[in-house]
Design a binder for this molecule. Sequence first.
Ligand SMILES: [Mn+2]
Length: 171
Amino acid sequence: MSKQITICGDLHGKFDDLLVILHKNGLPSAENPYIFNGDFVDRGKRGLEVFLILLLCFIAIPGAVYLNRGNHEDIIMNQRYGFIREVQSKYKKNHEKLLKLIEGVYRYLPLGTIINNKVLVVHGGISDSTDLEMIRSLDRGKYASLLRPPLSDSSAPGSEVINKVEWKQKL
Ligand SMILES: [Mn+2]
């Protein structure tokens, strides 16, 4: 088990900042793990590079990197804050396919990381009305965007209400 863990927030497409952090604080490893606490993309020019390097670390170095979903890991946010334009300009032919894949990855990013069963790290913090048990029980793959509630996939009475209550917990 590592002695320390580094929590890093809101890179927002600043690839140079990521490199400086890794240079000064050391490359991610099981002994030097990082939590990247969401908002990898939008605003900066190199969101794709940031996100791909983080995903690569996640896959290539087990236990080195934990990735939380921020409010910008959301395809509708990306339309407003620049990441869609970035991907379109870098991948003129394949941007649609790539963005579909990215949307799929967003759905499976966890909302939070728990350190030593004591500290919960989430991008937006929690409020008085946050129901941690409900968050634990969420099927996170259901949510492509926090800005639009999911369509109810059941015609059972009340199912849409439940979905909206669940969805609100994520805001
Ligand atoms: Mn942010």
